[in-house]
Design a protein around this ligand. Structure first.
Ligand code: GLU
Length: 466
């Protein structure tokens, strides 16, 4: 075991979105690669916006992606005593002080700074007044006034912040609740986190956090700030670009392996390799190859990768993944030999599980529905001789296998003088209801003798009734 400990600390104020999922994946992969530990923690101090529903949804998304954690989930709302201890530590060591400045004064100061284009900063009124604890008193961190705070970022390189630009920020509000930057640092210190990979929207928080580590005498973790995920128009990925929640992609029929692979590649590279199994990623993921440029989310690329993962997934596993999609279409996939053959026939032609389920329906339905255009075009009087001849041949067939079926079709071709194309399309519509399907011998074999004959018969009746 290496000593690497990473974490994922979502705020349960929404579903797990693609950017958050990527952050979780990076931290998880790095912990797995390094044989370290991965901690899950919910930053739920924003009580108004946090909910159990979002906690559950995030857990479900992580589980779906195959991300497991070694510790947690912790909840910040259950850790207030720990934060109180650490506030006291900072007060005792002279690194924090009580501030009783009335909100109106602070507001006015903020307004004034904004009006003159300056950065709102606390003016330090209470910094050296030794105010006592009491109602209405907040606790501020006594930040260094001069010098610099340096972030040595694993992704972005060195970033220098001038301490004069920062101020004595509040670490504990007058109602006793800790502020965000403070709680994060206390958690990361007490949970032993030494590697923090997160979105670069947190870069501006980092100097404050670094100052807190220093004041608490704790070693700094490795920080790596990953550029945001962008949409094709190069603005930050949002609802305007389509679905952004992980769950939505599950429902659209993406495989978790494909999602994982795609999101990792959207910000990390390994030469020009695009396809990775989960295991490969665990073996090669590193921090060095996280890119400095923002990844652009491309739904078509994701679909293409999903198609590759569908092809690479063992049939038995794909059956399980497909099961809920079939159930949603009214078909319960029982354990039988049709399933595997169905998967083999459809895997090369499905970009998503939704496409696969739609294409798989005809194998299972008692009565298929004809696509109206397909029926109009191919279930015509012209097709009758072939359908009749095939019915006779198949009825007599003992060995109902693909090669035997191919011979039966050949015999029908010889008998009717029709080319395979002329026979195959009406048969395809008769058996599947559509003009596109896997190979005609293949589907005839998978559907089985009894059902095939029933469908041929129904097509004949359909034509005769026209
Ligand atoms: N809770 C923060 C978020 O969801 C993460 C903070 C962090 O990674 O330090 O953006």
């Amino acid at each position: 075991m290496s000593g690497i400990i990473t974490r994922f600390p979502p705020s349960p104020t929404g579903y797990l979105h693609l950017g958050g999922a990527r952050t979780a994946i990076f931290n998880w992969l790095y912990a797995r690669r390094m044989k370290g530990r991965f901690v899950l923690r919910f930053e739920d101090t924003d009580i108004e916006r946090s909910s159990k529903e979002y906690v559950d949804a995030i857990l479900e998304s992580l589980e779906w992606l195959g991300i497991d954690w070694d510790e947690g989930p912790y909840f910040q709302t259950q850790r207030f005593p720990v934060y109180r201890d650490y506030i006291q530590k900072l007060l005792d060591s002279g690194n924090a002080y009580y501030c009783t400045c009335p909100p109106e004064r602070l507001d006015a100061m903020r307004q004034k700074a904004m009006a003159t284009g300056g950065k709102p900063k606390y003016d330090g009124t209470c910094r050296n007044l030794g105010r006592p604890a009491g109602p209405g008193a907040a606790v501020r961190f006594k930040a260094p006034l001069t010098g610099t705070t340096v972030l040595d970022d694993a992704v972005k390189g060195g970033i220098v912040f001038q301490n004069e630009e920062l101020d004595d920020f509040i670490i504990c509000r007058s109602d006793g609740t800790p502020t965000y930057n403070f709680a994060v640092v206390v958690d990361d210190i007490t949970m032993g986190i030494n590697t923090i990979i997160r979105g670069d929207d947190h870069v501006m928080n980092t100097p404050k956090q670094i100052q807190l580590y220093k004041a608490l005498g704790s070693p700094l973790p490795v920080f790596g700030h990953v550029p945001m995920v962008l949409g094709k128009d190069r603005t930050r990925l949002s609802k305007r670009h389509g679905a952004t929640s992980v769950t939505a992609y599950r429902e659209m029929g993406f495989l978790p392996e494909a999602m994982l692979n795609y999101l990792v590649r959207l910000g990390w590279s390994h030469g020009d390799q695009e396809f990775f199994t989960r295991q490969e990623l665990v073996e090669v993921f590193n921090l060095d190859n996280i890119g400095r440029a923002a990844g652009v989310f491309d739904p078509e690329k994701l679909s293409a990768l999903n198609a590759d993962h569908i092809k690479a997934t063992p049939p038995a596993m794909l059956i399980n993944r497909l099961r809920p999609f079939m159930a949603a279409r009214g078909v319960e996939l029982a354990e039988n030999s049709t399933n595997e053959k169905m998967i083999v026939s459809l895997a090369p032609r499905s970009k998503t599980l939704v496409e696969m389920a739609d294409q798989a329906l005809f194998y299972y339905q008692d009565e298929i529905a004809y696509d109206p255009d397909a029926a109009r075009k191919f279930l015509t009087a012209e097709a009758l001789p072939a359908l009749n001849a095939l019915t006779v041949r198949l009825e007599a067939l003992q060995d109902y296998t693909e090669p035997a079926l191919e011979n039966a079709f050949k015999a029908v071709m010889a008998e009717t003088g029709l080319k395979l194309g002329k026979i195959a399309q009406p048969v395809r519509v008769a058996l599947s209801g559509r003009t596109a399907s896997p190979g005609i011998f293949e589907i005839t074999a998978i559907i089985g003798k009894e059902k095939t004959l029933r469908r041929l018969h129904r097509a004949i009746v359909h034509i005769e009734g026209k």
